[in-house]
Design a protein around this ligand. Sequence first.
Ligand code: B16
Ligand code: MG
Length: 210
Amino acid sequence: MKAFIFDLDGVLVFTDQFHYEAWKELADQMGIYFDKEINNRLRGVSRAESLEIILERYGGPQLSRQKKAELMEQKNRSYRKLLAGMTPLDVSAEVRETLAGLREKGYKLALGSSSKNARFILERVALTGAFDAISDGNNITHSKPDPEVFVKAGEYLGVCPQECYVVEDARAGIDAAKAAGMKAVGIGEASGYEKADVKIGHFSELLELT
Ligand code: B16
Ligand code: MG
């Protein structure tokens, strides 16, 4: 194996609470029921698909594309306000040391995130320099479980799929990694997913794969 591709939210940082708060604000305003269980379904899923999941419980009149775009923009503004408060302390020493350890061993490292805010988050937590390549929501047209975000990450690194590990917390992300022909490592929520090739409880266990 030559490379590791990391999902961002739920693996390197935990912005899912911010996603929850921002979507909850919007859902409350529209009178739509929304809870943490529904929020779990949004893991690794694009912003537009997340909105569709939330609107499953919307009983009002049909919403135009323009209106949906406004709702997504509103959610993103609230979300980015919360992101702006992030600092390097939002990344654990375990994550930083493991990334440095993998790099020392000669592995190439990339980000593979569905988020259009990925670079902003990496800058806030001082992780931008940790990666040889970044593939995120801005360079893809299909979101996880489509393999595109990981295929692009592998291409940017110049490493073929069979030589890449993907580290993911979302089932959609594990499916995407498998569809890309890569080895899927499940952590967090995805550590209980049978399709993951490797399941880990702690981020530092990645060093044991090398
Ligand atoms: P944005 P990941 C994903 O990040 C989140 O898990 C998912 O909840 C979110 O909807 C998606 O990014 C898009 O985020 O609105 O910032 O573009 O887990 O793929 O790093
Ligand atoms: Mg994730």
